[in-house]
Design a protein around this ligand. Sequence first.
Ligand code: WT7
Length: 649
Amino acid sequence: MTTKTYAPSDAFVSKAHADRATYDAMYEKSVADPESFWAEHGRRVDWIKPYSTVKNTDFSPGKVSIKWFEDGTLNVAANCVDRHLETRGDQTAIIWEPDDPKDEALHISYKQLHEEVSKFANVLKDLGVKKGDRVVIYLPMIPEAAYAMLACARIGAIHSIVFAGFSADALAARISGCQAKVVITSDGAPRGGRVTKLKDNVNQALINVMHDVTCLCVKRTGQQVAWRPEGDVWLHEAAANASTDCPAEEMSAEDPLFILYTSGSTGMPKGVVHTTGGYLVYAAMTHQYTFDYHDGDVFWCTADVGWVTGHSYIIYGPLANGATTVMFEGVPTWPDAGRFWEVCAKHQVNQFYTAPTAIRALMAHGSEPVEKHDLSSLKLLGTVGEPINPEAWNWYNDVVGKGSRPIVDTWWQTETGGHLLTPLPGAIPTKPGSATLPFFGVQPVILEPTSGEEIHETACEGVLCLKDSWPGQMRTVWGDHERFEKTYFSDYKGYYFSGDGCRRDEDGYYWITGRVDDVINVSGHRMGTAEVESALVAHAAVAEAAVVGYPHKVKGQGIYAYVTLMNGETPSDELRKELEVWVRSEIGPIAKPDLIQWAPGLPKTRSGKIMRRILRKIAENDFGSLGDTSTLADPAVVDDLIENRMNRD
Ligand code: WT7
């Protein structure tokens, strides 16, 4: 099979930050001498006290430690806001596009951003928030989310954003997990014409939180909210008299900037910790090179700030670069399937970055909603979150990009802080479905999964690991460094293990084949199957549950749950509905099982281990090749599951 390659136009290359020769030379230097490469590029941000050491990292078992620029000091908010005041104070920093297109968009200049962030920071200080304290942010995509993040950074508080689509229970676990002093929310969150009651969710969450938490509430919708007599504060009241002067705290490069909880293959979500210096350098540099961002461009990443993509490519990367960044409160398909393109035309977007799942959903509406809008401002398109299938890539390229915009397929993770595999658009010809080559300083390796041996042949397949550190790498799991080592550095000693399978082709291009652990990717969102299982078994009618992924046309992967009921419970459609609602309330709508199969029994080994491999095959409707089933305790269980399988596509 030959794959077509797509090279950037000469016009694009001539203006790009990096052509092929530049990429090759910089990449070569970045891996041959990371110290001097990053010593040079670390200076792209402003330091209060310059660093004298650059890289101090160790992946070896038992002593994993990652430090970059460790003796330098800086402030992230000063870098994202203050340092632009002199040169671009009146330039728009954030274009905010509301959920309802009939409402007015906001253009927030760097000067205004500075005032809002400083005021917000003073409000947090008045609430007793100090350097190192944790603040949970549970907000819709409104400017206050950006102010809140930058206000925390300004005073040295560590933010932990919880996606507004998560339930009260999930929120409670995260507030407790990092012992947050304050939770910032809004009365309601409008999205796609509907409103989620965020403040109500906070109230419900706080019932299950054992320590005192202040709730700072933004008025977004003006709806009625239940007010806790103590510990609730309206932002507009607290900010009314707050000063717009708030000095930025001097932070060490390795002070935590934020915690972001993400799902893994076992147990509760982990609090991924990113720090100040290396993260900012890496987010800013990848934003500039991957998207070929130039001064004056309008950049739009459609993610939510509740995910790492929003952290690095709506807020920190773009603002550190003095960019104009779009923040969108709505959804791609409301009021109609042309919304993304309407916003692109309205704000003259130059770089557009979204997820394959959104592309597939829009593709289903045909090309008409795209063609209604003038997309001539677009210079580049990007994707992130999951492998992109060729149909979606071609549609994105032909219909949205008119065949003339480079597409950057960026592979990375919450843990990596920024892009690790991505084409640089002026340098690397793309192949649909491949994240192509490593970013500067990134050393991918493919290991043979069982032996853990590095495969040196160019064309090969195995598990994807990283041989050495990069500045944006996560530093630890909040409160559990042992779990950090165990999750990422113990299966393959001396490497960072990504959890992804990967193929490398004869040109050295990387093709992500998907997770090799019990993590599934639903609409570009990571979901631990163990989490959904524990939500299911928490229901009184459920004795046992096993959850796997299966191919889903729009979501990439859907959630397939095998459920064994308690003795005396009868399967019914009502119970199925009830379990769906239950999981939504335990975790959030994104975790709702797409298919639930009643399983009288689950396939287990004689020692009682569930054979997930078999469950995956049945869920994929590919049960002809179940592999070795000789260790099954009761083979009849499998026949029943096959006969009653829910996916027959
Ligand atoms: C997992 C990380 C950080 C971006 C948002 C998701 C999958 C991510 C790609 C891509 C193929 C991708 C991987 C990865 N993934 N980008 N371009 N091609 N797969 O962040 O929730 O931390 O999930 O998303 O499986 O491990 P995340």
